[in-house]
Design a protein around this ligand. Structure first.
Ligand SMILES: Cc1ncc(COP(=O)(O)O)c(C=O)c1O
Length: 440
């Protein structure tokens, strides 16, 4: 594309894009996505791309779903928004019931926010205030994992562990206790126990992404370890906060990743796929016990003083209800199992590529690590921009991806079918080969 369209001009002139080095971005002509069809995105020139990362991990059943579209349209003909402060609305109520019905047993109350990071803030503040009300004000620290990611607001960053994103903001953060990352699940459990033994009486909560540390590089934990995490938290009276923002809604093959081990967290955080990827909405779901702790006379000041203007927004909630109805009416989770096996089989092919040092997946969440020299595991330098180059090459062949450094991420909508998986993996394979072996 030589001359820029008005949309591109306005974009380059007025928009500051998230997680983007704008100097680099401004040299390019941005692709303008203006239409969609199932798992495909369509740009302003009519080119179609597989949405290989579900529009940043949000899309579940594909784009332009008739059911979700019509739920939003029906809702907007009634009311777009009313507050959840002191009054309610049908969509927020019905969705809350549906969420509790599908949540792990014991989770009973839904607190709505707008995005994943806000729902994480809610979880942190809820856990903190819970112990305050209980008269255990010494319990105010949070334990989290290296390479963990929970969003970009300051509370979420305080319990995050990705230095490249977070270290700049260190002086602004509250102190948290970081333990080792998923690279060795055994070590996580050992470190967790050690920290709980030494400091358990000061710890309010432990927050982690169950099974997949997504933004931290698609790191996958060993089967069964959440059971031990749950028992350690019980033993040392630490609230377990599971951040299912990326893993929720079928991505790992179960509705929620914690179902792989049949455990119930004290607080579960949902976002991204909650509305099927259509509108912003998140939820912090907790137990009757935590909820009841906040009950009291108004002047006791036990109220959870936290809220957002668009909490429980009816349009978002209507989309989320339709999203959950599709899971039921189309047996999404059942159908998904076959496609996960197919996907895993396709991923094995990548072992044949010289630059691929590791391939990991849980369900339809996958990460493929690229290294410069596989013999001594020599990494590419940041300036090599290898992940970006691979994604640029895939784009030319009709697949839109977004890397995490030198890790190529594949996380398509879970409605993807076998032939689409084939295209996604074939194009990615060729892009890696061309960029890392053929210097194309
Ligand atoms: C596990 C996890 N938690 C929280 C967030 C933050 O969500 P949001 O970008 O909606 O604020 C993300 C986003 O990638 C995430 O992966």
């Amino acid at each position: 594309m030589s001359s820029k369209s008005k949309i591109q001009e306005y974009d380059l002139k007025y928009i500051w894009h998230p997680f983007t080095q704008m100097k680099e971005y401004q040299k390019e002509s941005p692709i303008v996505i203006e239409d969609s069809d199932g798992i495909y995105l369509i740009d302003s020139d009519g080119n179609k791309y597989i949405d290989g990362v579900s529009s940043l991990w949000v899309n579940i059943h594909g784009h332009k779903s008739e059911k979700i579209n019509s739920a939003i349209k029906n809702q907007i003909d009634k009311i777009a928004h009313s507050t959840l402060l002191g009054v309610t609305n049908p969509s927020a109520s019905i969705l809350a019931k549906k969420l509790i019905d599908i949540s792990p047993p014991g989770l009973k109350k839904v607190f709505y926010s707008g995005d994943g990071a806000s729902a994480v803030e809610v979880a942190i503040k809820m856990a903190f205030q819970y112990w305050m009300i209980k008269g255990r004000s010494e319990k105010k620290k949070f334990v989290c994992l290296e390479d963990g990611y929970h969003g970009d607001t300051l509370g979420a960053v305080s319990v995050g562990g990705i230095d490249i994103f977070h270290s700049t903001f260190d002086p602004l953060l509250f102190e948290s206790i970081k333990i080792s990352s998923y690279d060795s699940t055994d070590k996580v459990l050992k470190d967790l126990k050690k920290v709980f033994i030494e400091k358990g009486s000061e710890i309010a909560g432990f927050i982690m992404e169950p099974y997949v540390q997504a933004a931290g590089g698609m790191k996958v934990a060993t089967d069964g370890y959440l059971n031990t995490v749950r028992s350690l938290c019980d033993e040392y009276e630490v609230l377990l906060i599971l951040d299912e923002v990326a893993t929720g809604f079928g991505r790992t093959g179960k509705m929620f990743a914690c179902e792989h081990d049949n455990i119930t967290p004290d607080i579960m955080v949902l976002g991204k796929g909650l509305t099927g990827g259509y509108l912003p909405l998140s939820a912090t779901i907790t137990t009757q016990n935590i909820f009841d702790t906040f009950l009291g006379e108004y002047d006791e000041l036990k109220t959870f003083f936290h809220g957002h203007s668009y909490s429980g927004n009816p349009l978002s909630c209507a989309a989320a209800i339709a999203n959950l109805e599709i899971f039921e009416s189309e047996n999404t989770l059942e159908k998904l199992q076959k496609n996960i096996l197919f996907f895993e089989n396709e991923l094995k092919e990548f072992k044949g590529l010289k630059s691929v040092s590791s391939i990991r997946n849980k369900g339809l969440m996958a990460g493929i690590d690229l290294v410069k020299n596989p013999e001594n595991n020599q990494k590419y330098e940041i300036k090599d921009r290898i992940g970006k180059k691979v994604c640029d090459a895939a784009l030319k062949e009709g697949v839109l991806l977004r890397p995490l450094g030198d890790t190529i991420v594949l996380m398509p909508p879970i409605s993807i079918n076998e032939s689409e998986i084939k295209k996604l993996t074939k194009v990615t394979y060729k892009a890696i080969k061309d960029v890392t072996e053929n210097n194309v």
